[in-house]
Design a protein around this ligand. Structure first.
Ligand code: AMP
Length: 190
């Protein structure tokens, strides 16, 4: 199986590039942000709890996110592989992902990290907020989300770097140009 982590700050293009990657490599896309937004839209107990946290730009507790991931792994085991988008966001989540994959004798193949400067992220997210009305795409929450990324999520890059699985990719440019850079990395690990 090919198990990719698409890593990067909010607004770095993980969702957009995930769609392209799934099309080319037939992987199952797991976005914890999308899964949480589905819970919010369905007004489940979990969704009601998550909404308040997401609107602040903070992280939902590790246990909740890991539970969602384990369920998806079980549903899609035996496929071509997974693309994890917006997960893991803490070192604890990364450790749990490794444990969960090892239950299926699998492991993370590579972490592709989209590198985009902060001012470009803010610009993209404000635009998305205008276009989609996503409630956490307002200036205050955007800044919180980027701060949370720098403080709690960046250590995850170091975690995979120690295992020689960390591959930075320039995330500025056209969607096509960035996709080509990603394909080069994926084809190098396959
Ligand atoms: P995203 O769509 O990936 O930008 O995620 C939107 C929001 O969902 C984040 O700001 C967090 O509040 C929450 N979230 C998504 N993925 C995770 C995760 N792996 N761990 C904790 N919280 C998450």
């Amino acid at each position: 199986m090919l198990n990719l982590i698409l890593f990067g700050p909010p607004g770095s293009g993980k969702g957009t590039q995930s769609e392209r990657i799934i099309g080319k490599y037939s992987l199952v896309h797991i976005s914890t942000g999308d899964l949480l937004r589905e819970e919010v839209a369905s007004q489940t107990e979990l969704g009601l709890k998550a909404k308040e946290i997401m609107d602040r730009g903070a992280l939902v507790p590790d246990g909740i996110v890991i539970g969602m991931i384990r369920k998806k792994l079980e549903e899609h085991k035996g496929g071509r592989g997974f693309i994890f988008d917006g997960f893991p966001r803490t070192v604890e989540q990364a450790r749990e992902l490794d444990r969960a994959l090892s239950d299926y004798s699998e492991e993370v193949s590579v972490m592709i990290s989209l590198e985009v400067p902060r001012q470009e992220l803010v610009k993209r997210l404000l635009n998305r907020g205008k276009e989609t009305g996503r409630s956490d795409d307002n200036l205050e929450t955007i800044n919180n989300r980027i701060d949370v990324y720098e403080q709690q999520t960046l250590p995850v890059a170091h975690y995979y770097d120690q295992m020689r699985k960390y591959e930075p990719v320039d995330g500025v440019g056209s969607i096509d140009a960035i996709f080509k850079r990603i394909v080069k990395v994926i084809d190098g690990v396959k």
